[in-house]
Design a protein around this ligand. Sequence first.
Ligand code: ZN
Ligand code: MN
Length: 477
Amino acid sequence: MEFLTTMGLEVHCELSTKTKIFCSCSTEFGGEPNTHVCEVCTGMPGSLPMLNEQVVEYAIRTGLATNCTITQYNKFDRKNYFYPDLPKAYQVSQLYMPICQNGHIDIEVNGVKKAIRIKEIHMEEDAGKLIHDPWDDCSLVDYNRCGVPLLEIVSEPDFESGDEVIAYLTKLKSILQYIDVSDCKMEQGSLRADVNLSVRPVGQTELGTRTEMKNINSFKAIARAIEGERKRQIEVITDGKKVVQETRRWDDNKGSSFAMRSKENAQDYRYFPEPDLVPIEISDEWIEKVKNGLPELPTAKKERYIAEYGLPEYDVDIITGSKYLVKIFEKATEICGEPKEVSNWIMGEVLRMASETSTEFEDIKFNPDSLGKLIVILKNKVINRNTAKEVFEKVFTDDIDPEKYIKENGLEMVTDNGAVEAIVKAVIEANPKAVAEFKGGSAKVKGFIIGQCMKQLKGKADPGTVNKIVAEELEKL
Ligand code: ZN
Ligand code: MN
């Protein structure tokens, strides 16, 4: 039997506001446990929440960047559940009137374009963190994360393959980074995805029973979890059994998932309107202001780079996929005026160095101006391409100034043709055997002579010039 897979995603994204959603505690990651807390975010009786305006602004920004309609009158609801990471025993979220609705994100997989619909985006508070490791007989809880603002971005069940899921997450992450609402550090939990997945035999129209896998925090783990769960459900059905609607935990180390709890429905949470917060009213002017402040987004930027600079689509995809690469590209191009050359350097040396030093794009430290300057220096034939690559390694690792570095280390090419000529002559004289072979018709000899000359010149010569002079001198023989 052939099966179809259908998936939907719920993505939780921690916003990069300075303070929490309902109090003025810091949202900074990695503080000593329970130091970024107060009576509001630890749910002390009688404390009252006060909404952080920045969270609303970030939500509007995200909604507009993902083609959503902004719900101009929206409000918060209480989602009741008891779990020790949330001391109030409810989470303030939005159920009935989420702030953004009916959007979409365009993706492309193997040349096929597709729009993934976004059902809604709602604002909510994050919960604390349970730590189970230190002792056997108890768990510890850190409330620092309690009340950190979250956007939950809920897609329609529009995904049919793991590749589509990864393409969507990649695009969503780059949009969220472009519009500066989140650092999206998956390893720190700033971006987490829950995958709803069901399978059904080809020919069946209604969707199969779905399971949900929670908080998977790397793209690779998500791809593996999807593949694993798809296979498991197909096996269950082929064995004549029924898939149970439940939440499952994906164990990436074991490469398998196990049941956590039967899936709750909305009514299990006894949602009701949050009585401690007034509804939010968003004016046309506010939306207009946010819209005008949006930067150029990945898709528009991609199209412009192709039209304006004639760069290959593959290269543009990679560069515009990360706002950090975009920054390098735009700054360096501003300095040297050579977009193609800058793009080649990014695709070649920048990506190579990032991979060799295991540096994430957001952690690349060098001043992009330096790449622009290096390209100008190369174009002016002060150094040759090999030297430029060596200098760039230093730019990448130590953020050195290329001009200064080249001077200090005497890396300029020998531009004096007389000096090059003298070396060529000396090399030819020192290699009578090679010369004899050349006269005997061996063309390889020229390359050998050039190599010897470059060695004598310590690589600091324009290969074109050396080539030309060697050819001339050999002609004279
Ligand atoms: Zn607080
Ligand atoms: Mn949620």
